[in-house]
Design a protein around this ligand. Structure first.
Ligand code: GLY
Length: 407
């Protein structure tokens, strides 16, 4: 199957359409890019410095005046090197590249990690970007091993990859259950890459099966996503739908919805299967039509959180939406594509403003303020998060390619 790049699709699409007028919002964002990337690179130079003397770990968030780091097996381990790679892609600064290489090298040790489903996040953000921007001979093997590790969690009977391991002992919360979270769509990109780059063709079949089952089970009629599906491992029947990181099992956790838009757009890019495009668009349309979406398009952490408008925003979900909507804008029919692109640009204008984008030296040297990791767990509420920064930079690079380089 042909691999579509954003730039290639944008070029093909614009060849068929009358040139869209550049909106004032797009012009403003394009004009802001050089200063935003310069500020972001300086901010991350400070974060690299904060890591001096800390071994085998990565910055994840800044909380209560302290830097919180994570080990390589954490789902967030790849985002810091990945952000450095996006900064390098735009700035071409050699010191940023050296830092990206140094932190990417740490990820070699998780290449066979099977403890959860997150290896796609860990490796595609770090090693995947490294391979794309400054290839080294070892990178391919790491990604291929990572894909095999992910597939080891696949259950043939259910046709799904197990997200988390069961709790231990009688009465443990997850004992004898098979949990799948919508976030898992993101890890399928590693399988798609591996299947096209010398890996077992089964990788592709596993990604397809997992995406098809997620498409079938993980959404309400309005295409809002459940966070956790709790399957019976014996017969694949659904025991329950769980709120997880969302406000309630009936609500819509914003980051879960953003993983859905991103994951299904990515699967359409990789496979050409129209069912995935349709799901990505329906998930995106839910967001466009969501009455609780603030005017600046920086979402609340849950669209149905009880205290809206006094609930926290989640800049991480906003950044993922921006990046996903930009990709979807190149895949969807023209009119819809324009709506997705306009939404992404509006949110990036907000995210690059001082309300959300930290001045150099502030915010523990992270880029975005006001992220929410897991409010029901009272963890990471209104803090900077490394994954928010990663998708913010990815969205800005995608916008740069679409709006500036493709011109
Ligand atoms: N499990 C990834 C997230 O918190 O979004």
């Amino acid at each position: 199957m042909k691999r579509f790049t954003i730039a290639a699709v944008a070029a093909a699409t614009s060849a068929m359409l009358p040139a869209a007028p550049v909106s004032a919002d797009e012009a403003a964002l394009a004009a802001r890019l050089p200063a935003v990337f310069a500020q972001a690179a300086d901010q991350y130079r400070g974060l690299v410095k904060r890591m001096d003397g800390r071994e085998n770990c990565f910055p994840k968030r800044w909380q209560d005046g302290k830097l919180v780091t994570v080990k390589p097996t954490d789902w967030c381990s790849g985002f810091f090197p990945g952000s450095l790679w996006y900064l390098y892609e735009y700035t071409k600064a050699e010191d940023v590249k050296s830092a990206a290489e140094k932190f990417t090298a740490i990820q070699d040790q998780v290449r066979n990690y099977t403890g959860n489903h997150d290896i796609g996040f860990m490796l595609m953000t770090s090693v995947g970007n490294a391979l794309r921007l400054a290839p080294k001979p070892e990178y391919k093997g790491i990604l291929l091993d990572g894909a095999a590790a992910l597939v080891s969690r696949y259950d043939e009977k259910l046709g799904l990859i197990r997200s988390w391991n069961n709790g231990k002992g009688k009465g443990a919360m997850y004992a004898d259950h098979f949990l799948v979270i919508v976030d898992n769509m993101m890890n399928l990109e590693l399988l798609e890459w591996a299947a096209k780059n010398g890996g077992d063709p089964k990788f592709k079949a596993v990604a397809k099966s997992h995406a098809d089952k997620t498409n079938l089970h993980h959404f309400r009629d309005d295409s809002s996503a459940y966070h956790i599906l709790d399957y019976n491992p014996d017969n694949g029947k659904i025991f329950s739908y769980r709120a997880g990181q969302g406000a309630s099992a009936d609500g819509t956790w914003a980051r879960g919805q953003s993983w859905a838009v991103y994951g299904f757009a990515m699967m359409y890019r990789e496979t050409g299967d129209e069912a995935y495009l349709s799901r990505a668009m329906r998930c995106a349309d839910y967001v466009l039509n969501e009455p609780n979406m603030p005017a600046d398009k920086v979402t609340y952490w849950d669209f149905k959180a009880a205290g809206i408008p006094d609930e926290e925003r989640d800049t991480s979900a906003a950044a993922i939406f921006a990046s996903a909507f930009l990709e979807l804008s190149t895949l969807a029919p023209a009119e819809k594509g324009r709506a997705y692109r306009n939404f992404a640009v509006r949110s990036l204008l907000a995210l690059t403003s001082p309300a959300y984008f930290a001045a150099v030296g502030e915010n523990g040297n992270f880029l975005l303020k006001h992220g929410v990791g897991h409010k029901p767990g009272r963890s990471e509420v209104d803090v900077p998060l490394n994954y928010g920064d990663y998708y913010f930079l990815e969205a800005l690079v995608r916008f740069w390619k679409l709006a500036v380089l493709a011109k």
